[in-house]
Design a protein around this ligand. Structure first.
Ligand code: PLP
Length: 391
C-alpha cells in the first residue's frame, strides 16, 4: 500500500528536531558522556558544552549567560517563575496578576498558589485576545509581587503588548514574567526591549529537543530554588544536567538566530493564504485571534455547526495533522478557556481548528487543506444536529 504524504500543521504543539540539532547532540550520548560536575576531562568537556549552550541561548534573547537557568521545558520554567518569585517575596505581598488566557502551566501554578494563600487576579482580554496594559495598571495593589503575561497565545497566536506592560511593572517596582514559549525562535525576543525580569523558553517549540527549556532570570531577582539537591545551575535547579538536550537547545537557538526573519515572512505569507482561502471556501467561519498582531505561523478559525474533533479526525484520514480548541488530551472535551475568554460561545469554541505552520510546510500543503476541508465541512454539516437546531 502506498503511504500517504502526511502534512504536519501542528507546530505549536511540537516541532520536529532539526537534523543539525540531532547531530550536535549525538556526541554527548557517547564519547562525551561525562558528568559536568566531575573535575576530570570528561566532566569538563560536558561542562564546557553546557556553558557554550548557555551563551547561545543568552545571546539569542539579549541576556547574559549567568541569567539563564536550564529546566526540563516550558512547564517547569513557568512553575519555577511563579512559585520561585511567590515564595521568595511573600514577606512583601501575596498578590499576583496574570491573564485568563495563559497556558495551563501558568494557570495551574497560580491555582496552586491560590490554595496556599496567594491572591491571583486573572485579567480579561478583548475579542482578539489582547490584554489592555491599563487593566494591568489598575489591578496593581501594594501587595502585588508579580505580573505574568504570555508573549503570544499558543492557541490564537495573538502577540501581547509585553513591552508596555513591562514598563508599567518597572515603574511600580514589581517583578514581570512572560511565557515566551511560542515566540522564542519565531519572532524577535529581547529581554530588555520586553522589560521582563523572567522569561520562559521551551526547546521543542523551535526545532530543539523535547524535555528541555530555560528560565531567564534578570540579575538581582529574588527567587527560591525549584529543585533542591546538588549545586547545579547556581544552586537554583539541582540535578545532573541533561547535557545532550541542553546542547540541542543551544544549537536550536543558534539556528533560529540565523534564519528567523526570512522564515517568519515565508510563514506569514502561507498563513494569510490559508486564512483567505478558508474564508472564501467555507461560509460561517471566523478568524480567532488578532488579524495583524499574530504569530506568523498561526491560523485559528471557528467553523459554525461542526465539531472540531470531527474535522480533525476527517483531516487525519487525509493525512493532515491539526489541532482543535478543546482540551481533548484531558479526555473531558472542555472548550478551550482561551476561546471562551475571547467571548466565543462553547459551541463556537468546540468548532474551532488551529493550523500552525512550520519549516517543512509549503504552498502545496496549504492548497491541500483548502482542497479537502470544504468537503469535510459540507459532509459534517449535512449530518449536523447543530445545524438543524439553528435552522
Ligand atoms: N507555555 C506555552 C505558551 C506553551 O504553548 C507550552 C506548550 O504547549 C508550554 C508553556 C509548555 O511547554 P513544555 O511543553 O516545554 O512543557
Amino acid at each position: 500500500m502506498a503511504t500517504m504524504k502526511r502534512i504536519y500543521l501542528d507546530h505549536a504543539a511540537t516541532t520536529p528536531t532539526h537534523p543539525e540539532v540531532v547531530q550536535a547532540m549525538l556526541p554527548y550520548f557517547t564519547e562525551a558522556f561525562g558528568n559536568p560536575s566531575s573535575i576530570y576531562s570528561y566532566g569538563q568537556e560536558a561542562k564546557g558544552a553546557i556553558e557554550e549552550a548557555r551563551t547561545k541561548v543568552a545571546e539569542f534573547i539579549g541576556a547574559r549567560s549567568e541569567e539563564i537557568i536550564f529546566t526540563s521545558g516550558g512547564t517547569e520554567a513557568d512553575n519555577f517563575a511563579l512559585k520561585g518569585i511567590a515564595y521568595a517575596n511573600e514577606h512583601k505581598g501575596n498578590h499576583i496578576i496574570t491573564t485568563a488566557i495563559e497556558h495551563h502551566a501558568v494557570i495551574e501554578a497560580c491555582k496552586f498558589l491560590e490554595r496556599r494563600g496567594f491572591r491571583i487576579t486573572y485579567l480579561p482580554v478583548d475579542k482578539y485576545g489582547l490584554v489592555d496594559p491599563d487593566d494591568v495598571k489598575r489591578a496593581i495593589t501594594d501587595k502585588t509581587i508579580l505580573i505574568s503575561v504570555m508573549h503570544a497565545s499558543n492557541e490564537v497566536g495573538t502577540i501581547e503588548p509585553i513591552g508596555e506592560i513591562g514598563k508599567i511593572a518597572k515603574e511600580a517596582d514589581i517583578y514581570f514574567h512572560s511565557d515566551a514559549v511560542q515566540t522564542v525562535g519565531h519572532i524577535p525576543v529581547n529581554v530588555d526591549e520586553l522589560k521582563v525580569d523572567l522569561l520562559s523558553i521551551s526547546g521543542h517549540k523551535f526545532y530543539g529537543p523535547k524535555g528541555v527549556g530555560a528560565l531567564y532570570v534578570r540579575k538581582g531577582t529574588r527567587l527560591v530554588p525549584f529543585v533542591h539537591g546538588g549545586g547545579q545551575e547556581r544552586r537554583r535547579r539541582a540535578g545532573t544536567e541533561n547535557v545532550p538536550a541542553i546542547v540541542g537547545l543551544g544549537k536550536a537557538a543558534e539556528l533560529a538566530g540565523q534564519g528567523m526573519g526570512k522564515e517568519a515572512e515565508r510563514l506569514a505569507y502561507l498563513r494569510d493564504k490559508l486564512i483567505k482561502g478558508l474564508r472564501e471556501k467555507i461560509d460561517h467561519t471566523r478568524l480567532n485571534g488578532h488579524p495583524t498582531r499574530r504569530l506568523p505561523n498561526n491560523v485559528n478559525i471557528s467553523v459554525d455547526f461542526v465539531e472540531g474533533e470531527s474535522m480533525l479526525l476527517n483531516l487525519d484520514l487525509e493525512g493532515i495533522c491539526a489541532s482543535t480548541g478543546s482540551a481533548c488530551s484531558s479526555s473531558s472535551l472542555e472548550p478551550s478557556h482561551v476561546l471562551l475568554a475571547l467571548g466565543l460561545s462553547p459551541e463556537q469554541a468546540h468548532g474551532s481548528l488551529r493550523f500552525t505552520l512550520g519549516r517543512e510546510n509549503t504552498e502545496t500543503d496549504v492548497e491541500r487543506v483548502l482542497e479537502v476541508l470544504p468537503g469535510i465541512v459540507s459532509k459534517l454539516r449535512a449530518m449536523s444536529p447543530l445545524l438543524k437546531t439553528q435552522q
